[in-house]
Ligand binder design. Structure first.
Ligand code: ZN
Length: 339
């Protein structure tokens, strides 16, 4: 039987999965290989090809069974998978600048390759878990990691935009001054904006904005001893889980920022569901429940019909993007009668 592949190319790892026409994934767990993207595109293309063969063996399929490949990477890249000529934090070798990753993978593997950015791919996976591939539903996903990614899925289709910047949810401005006690906050993002979602809700936000704001208010806090905010930021979630009041407050601010963001999405798209995922949510069910309740608490008053829109935590964080890329590949394969 013909299948499609999902290949998630990150800065440090490549993750693979396969999906058949019955919408069954053929690899349950993470199937990951290190990515040598620092050595440039040629090395990485060879690695993608080798890794795909190993993954196919593991899934018990022949390489010839793979009809279409879905590929995702972190951006910035165009909607057709050409990396920005201005470079990217994940692909630092100079040869990556302006590199057509989709076209080169298609040539190398002699198959159709469709492209998504990793946030949009993860959003598509979250959508699929809730609704399947052909339900006609609409969902918005926010992925809270080092930065903030995600995606908008309308009637099962990813909104990738004309230039590939659709679903760049991290750079949507948030009226954060309305979050209790945050009037004096100065949230600056790498993109140059002040007060966008990523500057308020991400590991980078904890490091650059929230710890510098909260630590002076809690001079005796254990994290105040550390001069290195980057290291301290990684400890905040664990402390919050254990009930540390300052760290809970940091997660409350992030949740309320998400609440304001989702409220804007609810009024823009009237979605069937909202999803959250990423490293920040890889935590206990109790903490996830508390965080979702805080997101809800951070939303302005809504119409009764709007207040019932569910907020879900995305499952299988590590494999989300590869699976989303495979789902997009299956869509293409179906439309072109390849599976
Ligand atoms: Zn930004």
């Amino acid at each position: 039987m013909q299948v499609v592949a999902g290949v998630d190319l990150g800065g440090t790892a490549i993750n693979y999965t396969f999906l058949n026409a019955r919408e069954e994934f053929l690899i349950d767990a993470l199937c990951e290989h290190p990515a040598r993207s620092k050595e440039g595109p040629e090395m990485c293309l060879a690695q993608i090809a080798n890794g795909l063969e190993i993954a196919a063996q593991r899934a018990g399929i022949r390489p010839a069974d793979i009809a279409v490949i879905g590929l995702d990477t972190p951006g910035p890249a165009s909607a057709t998978g050409v990396f920005s000529a201005r470079g990217s934090t994940n692909f630092v070798h100079p040869d990556w600048s302006g590199f057509d990753i989709r076209g080169h993978v298609a040539n190398k593997l002699a198959r159709p390759v469709i492209y998504l950015n990793d946030g949009n791919a993860a959003a598509l996976w979250g959508h699929f878990v809730l609704f399947g591939a052909q339900n006609g539903a609409t969902s918005i996903s926010a992925i809270v990691g080092t930065g903030l990614g995600g995606g908008v899925i309308i009637h099962d289709s990813v909104v990738d935009g004309r230039r590939g910047f659709g679903g760049e949810l991290g750079h949507v401005l948030i009226p954060y001054q309305s979050i209790r006690g945050m009037r004096e906050l100065q949230p600056l993002c790498n993109c140059g904006r002040a007060g966008d979602l990523e500057s308020l809700c991400s590991l980078t936000a904890i490091e650059r904005c929230l710890l510098p704001f909260f630590l002076p208010l809690h001079p005796g806090h254990q994290l105040a001893q550390s001069a290195d905010h980057r290291q301290a930021a990684k400890l905040v979630r664990g402390l919050a889980e254990n009930g540390d009041p300052m760290c809970r407050e940091i997660f409350r601010v992030q949740a309320h920022a998400l609440g304001l963001f989702f409220d804007a999405m609810i009024n823009t798209f009237d979605p069937d569901a909202l999803l959250i995922g990423g490293g920040a949510l890889e935590t206990t069910p109790e903490f996830q429940r508390w965080f979702v309740e805080e997101i809800r608490a951070g939303m302005p008053i809504q119409r009764e019909e709007q207040a019932g829109i569910p907020i879900h935590v995305m499952p299988n964080g590590d494999t989300a993007s590869a699976r989303g890329a495979a789902i997009e590949a299956l869509k293409f394969a179906r439309a072109n009668a390849l599976v």
